[in-house]
Design a protein around this ligand. Structure first.
Ligand code: ATP
Length: 144
């Protein structure tokens, strides 16, 4: 059995959200694999990641091929294509990735992700809106 790389991360989908997660992990000095179906995105993120790989994450053979099961944390940041996001999440849980973080596009997407075993579902606009409301009330501008 291969050893798991405890602090190894992968980010699938390099839009604004996924790209930002990827850069920040990289800046913090962690090993992060950047994954996207779009070769231009892969090229763009090669300098903000340990490895940048072009693949379709809905294809289980491709994710299996890069040894995705060895990653402790995988972030799914596929935005508009909800079907691809759901399929990718299923593949990652099937492969045995222990912490799958997924960006939800809307409430229905969020419900499905919870049901199929996503470990953490984030809904950035919704989460940030709540946070901002609290910060406005407590007059706290900087801490978010
Ligand atoms: P943003 O995060 O920029 O606000 P978003 O969440 O809608 O927007 P997109 O701009 O849709 O994100 O970016 C999602 C990324 O996921 C794109 O770069 C796209 O190429 C990538 N992507 C979409 N489908 C797949 C797939 N099947 N496999 C890998 N990457 C994919």
């Amino acid at each position: 059995k291969k050893t798991r790389h405890k602090n190894q991360y992968a980010v699938i989908g390099l839009g604004r959200f996924g790209g930002s997660v990827c850069r920040e992990l990289h800046n913090m000095g962690h090993e992060v694999m950047a994954i996207d179906i779009d070769q231009d995105k892969v090229d763009q993120y090669s300098r903000f990641s340990t490895h940048a790989v072009q693949l379709d994450s809905t294809d289980e053979r491709q994710l299996h091929g890069i040894g995705i099961r060895n990653f402790e944390h995988v972030v799914v940041a596929i935005g508009d294509n909800i079907q691809a996001s759901i399929l990718t999440t299923l593949v990652l849980k099937d492969e045995g990735v222990s912490q799958v973080w997924v960006k939800a596009q809307n409430m229905y997407h969020q419900k499905v992700l919870d049901k199929i075993g996503a470990d953490v579902v984030v809904h950035p606009e919704f989460d940030m809106g709540k946070r901002i409301a609290h910060n406005i009330v407590s007059d706290k501008v900087i801490d978010y």
